[in-house]
Design a protein around this ligand. Sequence first.
Ligand code: NAD
Length: 488
Amino acid sequence: MALDTLLFIDGELRPAKGGKTYDNIGPWTGEVIGQAADGSAEDVDAAIAAARRAFDTTDWSTDHARRYALMKTFRDLLYKNRDRLVEISKIEVGAAPGAAYRAQIDGALSGADGLISEFQRMKWEEDRGVKNEMGFDTKRYVMREAAGVVAAITPWNVPLYINVGKVVAALLAGCTVVLKPAPDTPAMGAIFGELAIEAGLPKGVINVVTSADPVTAGEMLTKDPRVDLVSFTGSTAVGKKIMANGAETLKRVFLELGGKSVFLVLDDVQEQAFPMVIAGSMVVFHAGQGCAYPTRLLVPKSKYPMAVAILEKAYAGYADKWGKIDEPTCIMGPLISKRQLERVKGYVDLGVKEGARLLAGGNIRNDKGGGFFIEPTCFVDVRNDMRIAQEEIFGPVLVVIPYEDDEDAIRIANDSIYGLGGAVFGSHQRAMNVCKRIRAGALSVNGGMSITGDLPFGGYKQSGMGREWGLEGIEEFTEIKAIGARVS
Ligand code: NAD
């Protein structure tokens, strides 16, 4: 299918001003898979104006029941388009078939369910009782109100999931939205326009602007005084720029940023389970392009040689199992772009230079079909102060670090500028105790799911600020108002 896409501004699907388009490049082939509308500054301006008007002059932000009904319809339409969304995630995002359904699309759909059910727990108005202060009685109320016009700036790695997390939550909260998808994944954003029309969402409450230039539209949104709040998911470097650019108008800024999470194996993992747990640390799912992916494997020194042997065998056994677009069980495809391929390869070369031992992979594979393929890669004998252990690679690269005891493991886990996710394996209580001491926002114990639509998600430290998803993720798009009414 050709993925030709339009902008969506003020209820209308339309080309960019002047009809400009850009090539949407497919990660599997490196070839053009469609033409995307290349939004200009004028288009961004029109989108902000439409969102502002819809917020200021309609009852969108106050009619909670209507919004709830419309967003349920919108969610139902996402489900109805599941197969199409899966196709887009394969062709545009480069998801392998086994990753396209699970994380890319079904995760986003159940995320929408989670938000819609959490919405029912929203407390819009709370009676805080009467208080006698300054000699008279005041009846007090605390209200939540929509924050206003939201700029949702999103990345390419799990675009539907992240677009849903921002747009559905913001609209449920009563905000109006300008969605700016990453240049690499315009179709996964543009489809929101189409579904908004079908769902009957009022004009201007959601607008989508795609553009080839990754920076200009995002900077405009971040600086424009008509935008009240920026919800950004992407790299820590850009997150810092957004915070600085938003400072001039004191924008509320939510940042979901990068990570370098740990996969921590405690020494009391049962002997029979150990090989499976260690093999499960391979960074292959969606070629490692996941922000909360645990890409630092921490193994007790006493079991380190055994772990290395297991990994060597597991990676060898995986050598011909990835990069297959027609294989339903395949979970690893290409990287999103040539730029990302070069970046990941740069880190592989750096790891070798830093003195880590390349146990598996590391090669770019041009024989896989013209796209952006690099082998599943594993470095062992890594020290946590190496750059490959400190910096986010965002590719299929695992680094393995031995540790002395639990204290040492916790120290290494926290010795990072990031604090997004993490996985701990071991006896339940011990793993729970370790989790409580890891400074990160989403932890998994023995494979449990901590990232679902009805739980808050977000980072500590330089992995971000604020929470997305869950009740907390809807509340992020609100302001709090206190009213005191004199009654005596
Ligand atoms: P990126 O930071 O390069 O771009 C993200 C978005 O920001 C894109 O839409 C881009 O066009 C836009 N942008 C770029 N410069 C901008 C600027 N100056 N002002 C405003 N907008 C700007 O990230 P990416 O390469 O698209 O995605 C990968 C990164 O995203 C990784 O670091 C990953 O960890 C992170 N990520 C985080 C989460 C999370 O929830 N914490 C989830 C997914 C991805």
